[in-house]
Design a protein around this ligand. Structure first.
Ligand SMILES: [Zn+2]
Length: 152
C-alpha cells in the first residue's frame, strides 16, 4: 500500500472495514459501536473500537485504540488521517468530533493529520453509512495547545 491513496479512497476503504465489523456485531446480537480507522503516512490502515469495561475510568476511545495499533505495527509512524464514525439514530444527526484526550493523541502523532468525522445509521437491511463527512485538521480540533510534555 502506498500513501498515494486519496481521501475518497480512504473513506471507501474505511467504510468496508467498518461494515465488516458491524456485520459481525449484528450477527452476535450486539449494538453498533463507534469506530475509528487510522491511516499512517505509509498508507496502511488500522481500526479501533472503544475499549469499554465495567470500570469506566479504565476505558479508552476508538481513536486512541487505532492510533496505538498503528504505533505497534509501525514504531515511530506518523498519523496521516483518521476517520471517526459514530452510530447515529438517523442521517440528520451531526457527526461528533473526538474528545479532548483523542484530540491530543491525534495532534501528538499527526500534527498535520486530517480528521474525518461521520456517522452511520443501522437499518433493518444494513446501514446507511457516512451520510455526511466533516473534515478537520488536527490543529483545528486542538488549536493553541502547549506542545507535548517533555520529562527531561
Ligand atoms: Zn476520545
Amino acid at each position: 500500500m502506498t500513501s498515494s491513496a486519496g481521501a475518497g479512497e480512504f473513506v471507501e476503504r474505511a467504510r468496508e472495514r467498518i461494515l465488516d465489523h458491524a456485520k459481525k456485531r449484528r450477527r452476535a446480537g450486539l449494538t453498533d459501536k463507534l469506530y475509528a480507522v487510522a491511516r499512517s503516512e505509509t498508507g496502511i490502515l488500522y481500526e479501533g473500537v472503544p475499549f469499554e469495561t465495567s470500570m469506566p475510568q479504565f476505558n479508552f476511545c476508538a481513536e486512541r485504540h487505532a492510533i496505538n495499533e498503528m504505533l505497534y505495527a509501525e514504531p515511530g509512524a506518523t498519523l496521516d488521517a483518521i476517520l471517526v464514525a459514530t452510530p447515529a439514530p438517523d442521517e440528520t444527526a451531526p457527526p461528533p468530533t473526538p474528545c479532548g484526550a483523542c484530540r491530543h493523541a491525534i495532534a501528538e502523532f499527526g500534527d498535520d493529520a486530517t480528521v474525518l468525522c461521520t456517522t452511520f445509521v443501522r437499518e433493518d437491511d444494513g446501514w446507511t453509512t457516512f451520510p455526511r463527512v466533516e473534515r478537520f485538521t488536527a490543529t483545528e480540533l486542538y488549536p493553541d495547545h502547549q506542545g507535548h510534555p517533555s520529562w527531561e
